[in-house]
Design a protein around this ligand. Sequence first.
Ligand SMILES: [Zn+2]
Length: 89
Amino acid sequence: MEPGSSEAPAFSYHFRPAWLALVMECSGRCLRCVAPGKPTVDHVIPLDLGGPNTIENVQVLCAACNSEKGREILDYRERGAWRPRRAGV
Ligand SMILES: [Zn+2]
């Protein structure tokens, strides 16, 4: 993979320090149902609705909530106990 590639697929977030920082901040819990488990990358504004593939557009949801949210624009970060940091993308 090219380090400077501009078109990184969503799953690449699982390997990014900024994503890991988000997971650490919410203790690996889903922002919607607070279930611990395997966190997945959810785009607040889905990519196919024009959402940017940046860390600011990413929230931590479990797989069930992620698929239930589908293509809706729902930001669970604002109601959560933690605030996203502007970690380097
Ligand atoms: Zn959940």
